[in-house]
Write a protein of this length. Structure first.
Length: 344
């Protein structure tokens, strides 16, 4: 089904000069929706600057199509409305934003409107999900060398534009760093997707995976530091960790592809697939990345309708490991929905 999303953003503050105070403040996002009837709009909820497509909340629409919700933050963050292909909103503490949304199932997806300069600048970049955007290249996915080269060139060009906007005074320092980290992570995830897709393609055929495939994968992983707090502000942080996890699995000297496929099938049949995945996560992550990865993985699997029978025990395990985690609010919602027999 084709969609059209007319999207108008009006900021109620002076966007360029709004300060990022030490205390968290509410940002208000309101607007009006028109088109095919819907009851609610889903949006990502930033937690201490952390953004993830599976950490979400919903706002109910009034009969007239009006809606309003708030997010609390002490720094500029991304907030994403879950309309396919919509770029994230850049939201500042204390900001007020008004949106006009329209969904027309008979049209292709478009994004128009009188956006503020910074949002319009950010919207010029490619925002298709990097876990799928590689298939839009004219080259076949097996031509990973050319695709990788093209993505590196795109990344370099975007970095030039972002730095030029900052140097000319169009981007404040904190938003400059926010956008820069986001776009770098976007392309590194896309490069990882190219490598992993070719790994799986080749393993299903002749099993002789060229070393260059792993070199692309490893370089993309190494090009992003999970120690940088801004790593978690990007919508693509979880994707990076997820593919880092699978790279670590596949490059283990003891890894046997056929045995692994059989084991995963058996674990899935025994309803132990979530535990089988997360039990090995501490081998590859620790600290904040590990906590984030576990919470994001469970919310992703629930959203995908996977392993619901196993989910309550896994949520209990997470709660025992991280009793003060900010992510428990999202896992508790999953537990409530499972108890109610609903799924989002």
């Amino acid at each position: 089904m084709k969609l059209i999303n007319r999207f108008v953003l009006i900021t109620g503050l002076i966007f360029f000069f709004a300060g990022c105070g030490p205390e968290p403040r509410e940002a208000v996002i309101s607007g009006n929706y028109s088109g095919h009837p819907i009851e609610r709009i889903q949006f990502t909820t930033p937690v201490n600057g952390v953004t993830n497509r599976f950490f979400t909340d919903v706002t109910e629409l009034c009969p007239e199509g009006n809606f309003s919700f708030t997010v609390t933050t002490d720094r500029p963050v991304f907030v994403t409305l879950n309309f396919y292909g919509a770029p994230s909103l850049i939201v500042e503490p204390g900001g007020e934003y008004h949106l006009e949304l329209s969904l027309d199932p008979d049209q292709g997806f478009e994004m128009n409107g009188d956006l503020c300069d910074i949002q319009a600048f950010y919207n010029t970049f490619n925002h298709e999900d990097p876990r799928s955007c590689v298939y839009n290249y004219s080259d076949d996915i097996s031509n990973y060398r050319a695709i990788n080269k093209g993505m590196l060139a795109n990344l370099e060009e975007e970095m030039r534009k972002i730095d030029a906007a900052y140097e000319s005074g169009k981007l404040p320092p904190d938003i400059h760093e926010l956008i820069r980290k986001d776009r770098k992570l976007y392309y590194q995830v896309a490069r990882i997707v190219v490598a992993s897709a070719n790994y799986l393609r080749i393993m299903s055929d002749d099993r002789q995976v060229p070393g260059e495939v792993f070199e692309i994968w490893e370089d993309a992983i190494a090009s992003v530091s999970t120690e940088n707090p801004l790593f978690f502000t990007s919508l693509h942080a979880y994707d990076h960790l997820l593919f880092t996890y699978w790279h670590s699995i596949y490059t283990d000297p003891a890894f046997d592809y056929d045995e692994f496929v059989q084991t995963r099938a058996a674990k899935r049949e025994a309803r132990e697939i979530l535990a089988h995945t997360l039990d090995r996560a501490p081998e590859f992550f620790s600290g904040k990345p590990l906590e984030f990865f576990k919470a994001a993985y469970l919310t992703e699997q629930f959203t995908a309708g996977q392993s619901h029978d196993e989910m309550p025990a896994m949520i209990a395990d997470f709660e025992a490991q991280y009793p003060d985690s900010d992510y428990l609010v999202f896992l508790e919602r999953i537990r409530e929905q499972l108890e109610d027999g609903t799924n989002q």
